[in-house]
Design a protein around this ligand. Sequence first.
Ligand SMILES: *Cc1c(COP(=O)(O)O)cnc(C)c1O
Length: 464
Amino acid sequence: MQYISTRGKAPRLDFAGVLLAGLAEDGGLYVPESWPQVTAEEIKSFAGRPYAEVATELMARFTEPAISAKELAPLVAEAYRDFDHPAVAPLRQLDSGEWILELFHGPTLSFKDYALQVVGRLFDMVLQARSERVTVVGATSGDTGSAAIEACRDRDTITAFILHPQGRITDVQRRQMTTVQAANIHNIAIDGTFDDCQAIVKQMFGDQVFRDRWKLTAVNSINWARVMAQVVYYFTTAAALGGPDHIPAFSVPTGNFGDAFAGHVARRMGLNIGQMVIATNVNDILVRLLEAGEYRKGPVHATLSPSIDIQVSSNFERLLFELSADDGAAVAKLMDQLDTDGVFEMSDAAMARMRGQFDGRRASEDEILECMAQVHRTSGITVDPHTAVGIIAGRAHRRDGNGAMVYLSTAHPAKFPDAVERAIGTPSTLPPRLADLHERPETLDLLPNDLGAVQAYVAERSKT
Ligand SMILES: *Cc1c(COP(=O)(O)O)cnc(C)c1O
């Protein structure tokens, strides 16, 4: 598979190139040149097979010829080996025709493990083959940091520096990062806000000399490899529910639109999906787009579902490229306009196409708490606030007589103890693998909110 940029001006790359590049040179995002097709017989055959096996088959279509299925198989098997459910991405019935897709059985309890456990290993494989090393730098306010740290730990080719705002993330979130004892992982608490952390990371990437000297890399959600890995559970879920004869719908709690776009990719590969529902909290840029036909940045509100507190959905650019008939210059123009004006308008034709493929709904804070309480009352299941956002949106759009509605459960409820306690009266307990999290020793360094201080810290410790 070869990849092209959504802005049309970067060189075509193979999978290994796209993996290491992350963002394209022209500021765009890489997308496959064509969509590999999966037949109805193949989809049927996925039912009951080991998750890693299906994952290898599907992902190889995107990684070959750079990485063969044969090379991929052991890597993927290892990536999912320690997930704490044998099905890796199991379904749990919520009600008649309603299913919860549990995507929190990885090491850090959010769906981000499903992609990052693979991506960390892919980086390692490609870098080893090239005898190269990189420095991963990132800022986190939530689940990405811990998932990235787990994915990078103990890999000789990577030194990782993850910034978080001191005292501004939850104890569980901080401890999931700082209790990882690995020589190549560096947790930096910044005396500032999340925006300060992000600004420092952005400035480091903007400093070309520094970036090149230390081979800075990001493992953020615009990396194609992450989207690719998330395509898999749409197929395994559809197969488990009797696909392709029975056609499921999916409701996806959405921030950067990576996960929902992966569902769209599954559809482009031939999977019949009845509905894709974009579920947001009050940070609702994509729902407003569906309503009004304009893509407008808004202020970010802090909510009970912090991992989707996002007002620009970076992966939306991949859908925009498709809605713009693969016209990279048109996409570049719209994205420039977003930078300068904070808004762009979509054509009626593009909006008609988008509305034909996606529904959307925002959930308020009260609705989220009420939904978590209702689900617990009626089914005994505790869901996290992001999952609740998905349930609210899915239920709002569910059509009578349609097939199964699947809610993506993107995080374990124990990651959000305060919201769970507010909704159902008692916090959810951590699963066995993290039961002693609050007793484990922490390793982190506190640095001032200062670019120079962070750069000096990185330069002293990076191994590139
Ligand atoms: C990251 C995250 C999301 C949003 O996923 P996107 O791909 O950014 O849309 C939803 N829920 C949880 C728990 C997350 O960590």
